[in-house]
Design a protein around this ligand. Structure first.
Ligand code: SF4
Length: 487
């Protein structure tokens, strides 16, 4: 059975993973919106990096099923010594790869892989080492192998300069030093794939490292709805396995463990006793900050690999929509959204300044998200706003109620993300599917429409974003009412 670069990297993470991926794809989890958006990001950045070596021929097959034709075409262009080839495909020892960029210059071949991240990781080096293994196996004498990745020091000034946006680093020495390991791992993975049965492998930290496995639902299901400590997600993955190694297998055993710090111990006790804990006076004082002159705010944005505006660097936060609703006038919505005409972050910051002038307190779910977003914006106006105490002191983050243990629910064993808290407290109607159901879909709607010339299409898109944020605000309002009833 053949391997691809993707399956090989999964196999390096866990042999059971590559086996399930190749033989039992029906057990795979639904692709999370987050994973889907990462795939898209990789493709988009790859396109920009091609401009480093312009005028190349793109041999990307329509789908993986057309790989034979792609192999033939690549062989033809290698024979012709075509100077620049994008997505060249090669197969050696039943391992199929697609190389992002292959160039021919002064009698030598040079190979490049593009990564949409700010640094070179172990996985990327293994990935490049596999590419080199296949290239050299098919008889392509690659003179150098390099990774192209995002340059975090780059700041956009006017049009994006691809030569500044990316860094190129040769990884040839590293890749050569991994050839022995790659060769034996290819043999091992092929042997495993030839087996009749699924390999044995217990769950562990490796299920999330370096990537979240696609079969978490399948392998972890035996722990769901049990009192195993592996279910207690708020402990974090490493802590859970650390405790398991020390002999703590159940919530009951953990409840007697004195090593956990105060608030974690209290959370475990709540899970064990199936009783909530409420720090009534502190919770009441906290919720009293939500007054008549308060507003709710919902900010939509993402860390954009590509610097979309002036002064932005790769992975700076890019806010594209802000919805504000007065606490006592839930239908009186103000909506800011980014338009490509703006070209800077200034209108967003000015909008926040105005909100701070209008209201006594600004209620959001994750205050830290908003503050970090502002810290991440490379603009003087953002720093001024962050130093303006009449803005920062007004920000109230309801997530702190859960983080600081003012209310500990016996139902929450997961993270304190908004979605998770709403779901575990049964405050969300999960049956109704909307146009936009999460921040990744919201980002996709924005990216697909913000620069279109058709005003109506753009307005419809912005209306969908507003509707998504208005729902978030309604849920936040519902969460606060729920908490108030607990006082
Ligand atoms: S969930 Fe964990 S054990 Fe199961 S296949 Fe994935 S990495 Fe391997």
């Amino acid at each position: 059975m053949s391997l691809s670069k993707t399956s090989f990297i999964k196999g390096l993470q866990c042999h059971k993973y590559v086996y399930l991926y190749k033989h039992h794809s029906k057990f795979r989890d639904w692709l999370s919106p987050e994973k889907l958006s990462k795939f898209k990001r990789g493709t988009d950045i790859g396109y920009y990096a091609q401009q480093f070596f312009p005028g190349g021929i793109d041999l990307k097959p329509k789908s993986h099923y057309h790989y034979k034709k792609a192999l033939e075409l690549t062989a033809f262009h290698v024979e012709q010594k075509t100077p620049v080839i994008y997505e060249a495909s090669f197969m050696y020892n039943d391992v199929l790869i697609f190389l992002d960029i292959l160039t021919y210059k002064d009698g030598h071949w040079y190979a490049y892989e593009v990564k949409s991240s700010l640094e070179i990781s172990e996985t990327y080096l293994n990935d490049a080492a596999l590419q080199y293994y296949v290239l050299s196996g098919t008889g392509i004498p690659v003179r150098d192998m390099s990774l192209i990745y995002m340059n975090e020091k780059y700041t956009r000034k006017g049009e994006v300069d691809v030569f500044g946006l990316f860094s190129i680093q040769s990884v040839l020495d590293d890749v050569l030093s991994r050839q022995q390991m790659i060769s034996s791992e290819v043999i091992k993975q092929k042997e495993i794939l030839a087996n009749e049965s699924i390999p044995e492998r217990e769950v562990g930290v490796h299920c999330y490292t370096p990537y979240d496995c696609d079969f978490l639902g399948y392998c972890w299901k035996k722990y769901r709805h049990t009192n195993s400590i592996l279910n207690v997600e708020f402990l974090g993955i490493e802590k859970r396995f650390d405790l398991l190694e020390k002999g703590f297998e159940t919530i009951e055993q953990l409840n007697k463990n004195a090593e956990l710090d105060g608030i974690v111990s209290l959370r475990i006790q709540c899970l064990f006793d199936k009783k909530d804990y409420i720090d009534k006076p502190v919770l009441e004082a906290y919720l009293n900050k939500v007054g008549v002159k308060s507003c709710y705010i919902d900010v939509l944005g993402f860390k954009s690999a590509f610097p979309l505006v002036e002064n932005a660097s790769p992975y700076n936060f890019f806010p594209f929509s802000v919805t504000v609703v007065p606490v006592n006038e839930i239908n009186n919505t103000t909506h800011y959204y980014y338009t490509h005409v703006a070209g800077t972050h200034v209108p967003f910051i000015e909008f926040l300044n105005q909100i701070a002038l209008q209201y006594d307190s600004i209620i959001t779910y994750d205050k830290l998200f908003l503050l970090n977003a502002l810290r991440n914006i490379n603009h003087n106006e953002a720093s001024v706003l962050l130093n303006n105490k009449s803005f920062t002191d007004k920000l109230i983050g309801i997530k702190e109620v859960f983080n600081d243990g003012l209310f500990i629910s016996s139902k929450i064993n997961g993270t304190f993300d908004f979605e998770n808290v709403l779901t575990e407290l049964n405050l969300k109607n999960t049956f109704k599917k909307k146009d936009i159901n999460n921040i990744y879909e919201a980002t996709a709607v924005f990216m697909d429409n913000y620069a279109v010339d058709n005003k109506q299409i753009m307005q419809d898109a912005m209306q969908s974003l507003l509707s998504y944020s208005s729902d978030n605000i309604r849920y936040l309002d519902r969460l606060i009412s729920f908490l108030k009833k607990k006082i």
